[in-house]
Design a protein around this ligand. Structure first.
Ligand code: UDP
Ligand code: MG
Length: 144
């Protein structure tokens, strides 16, 4: 690929179920095999305030309190991944929100155990990727 052409960044979160099951290496390896590179990564316990912002589009849903509880139950791994067409490709590799509906071969289908405990978050558009990367990382934490 010509240098820099259509290079995108996306944000992923390896959720508490991924961390507890010891699947972080496996999931990251899958992205590397698919041509993604890691531009930033850290392990953090996400605060309620940050999660409320991150999931604000779901604040009216009945599962919202339980989602916040789940996402703050253990530290998680947050990472910025780069690739051509990264946002769409990452969503494809993850599969649908509900692991039972996710396509064969996707991360959520293979490792997810419920619609809540679905292993991974990935930004759903270029705009949310930009916003989410800014939410979780300082500019100096991201490698060029
Ligand atoms: N979620 C849930 N119950 C639902 C729908 C979503 O617990 O009925 C959780 C699930 O962990 C999901 C997250 O809320 O990944 C964010 O939901 P969204 O609709 O944004 O799905 P995603 O973009 O993660 O596929
Ligand atoms: Mg989403």
């Amino acid at each position: 690929m010509p240098a820099g052409i259509l290079m995108e960044s996306t944000l992923i979160i390896l959720k508490p179920d991924c961390v507890k099951a010891g699947l972080c290496g496996t999931v990251l390896s899958r992205f590397e095999k698919e041509g993604f590179t890691i531009a930033a990564m850290k392990m953090v316990r996400l605060s309620r305030a940050l999660l409320e912002e991150h999931y604000s589009h779901l604040s009216g849903k009945p599962f919202f309190p339980s989602l916040l509880e789940f996402m703050s139950s253990t530290p998680v791994i947050v990472a910025v991944l780069k690739r051509e067409n990264a946002v769409e490709k990452a969503r494809q590799i993850c599969g649908k929100t509900n692991p039972a509906e996710a396509a064969e071969g996707t991360i959520r289908r293979q490792y997810g155990s419920s619609v809540q405990a679905n292993i991974i978050h990935a930004s759903d558009s270029l705009q949310s990727a930009e916003r989410e990367i800014r939410r979780f990382f300082k500019p100096e934490e991201i490698c060029a």
